[in-house]
Design a binder for this molecule. Structure first.
Ligand code: HEC
Length: 159
């Protein structure tokens, strides 16, 4: 479920961690001091700093791209008959008695360049296929912009 945004985020976190480690090293080496006890103190200081940096790394890496609650809200809108009713035409994971007029909605990150393009498909599918039977959910205001955003987030997360 990790998108490119969170990978980018992890790279940034790694960069920050390396930076913190570097600063710790500078701080922990006392100026011109060669005594063994000072070296031990500086090594302990470095160890503490690195531990803190690792804690920071793991706590950040655990944060998902989109909050679970938002994904569930998107799923509910997609499944609800009076809202998206996407199951009338599409198989979607966990969806009961789906139709098969459209393709199964899964691994959409391999069909669309990005989440915006997936959103465009939901907003007005005739952009991609003028003959489509899929309703233009945004253009015809069947769903609100916010509801379409949530469905796009949800569908983008399906692997
Ligand atoms: C009346 C049937 C129908 C309904 C309802 C419908 N779709 Fe579709 N959808 C289709 C068809 C048919 C396609 C195949 C491509 C085309 O015709 O444009 C499609 C294609 C798609 C695609 C592209 C899939 C791919 O792999 O390229 C997405 C994404 C999609 N629909 C999302 C939705 C969502 C989200 C909803 C509900 C909000 C929905 N559809 C409701 C008929 C429907």
């Amino acid at each position: 479920m990790l998108g490119s945004r969170s990978e980018h985020f992890n790279v940034s976190v790694n960069y920050i961690v390396l930076h913190i480690a570097g600063i710790c090293l500078k701080l922990s080496v006392p100026f011109g001091c060669t005594a063994e006890s000072d070296l031990i103190v500086s090594l302990i200081a470095m160890k503490i700093c690195l531990t803190l940096a690792l804690v920071l790394l793991f706590s950040c890496a655990a944060v998902p791209d989109v909050p679970q609650q938002r994904l569930l809200a998107g799923k509910a809108i997609a499944f609800e008959r009076a809202k998206g009713n996407c199951l009338a035409c599409h198989v979607i994971e966990d969806g009961e008695s789906p139709g098969n007029i459209g393709p199964e909605l899964t691994k959409l990150s391999t069909h669309f360049k990005n989440k915006q393009q997936l959103r465009d498909q939901i907003w007005d599918a005739s952009r991609f296929n003028p003959e489509t039977s899929m309703p233009p959910f945004g253009k015809n205001k069947i769903l609100s912009e916010e509801e379409i955003d949530k469905i796009a987030d949800y569908l983008w997360s399906l692997d």
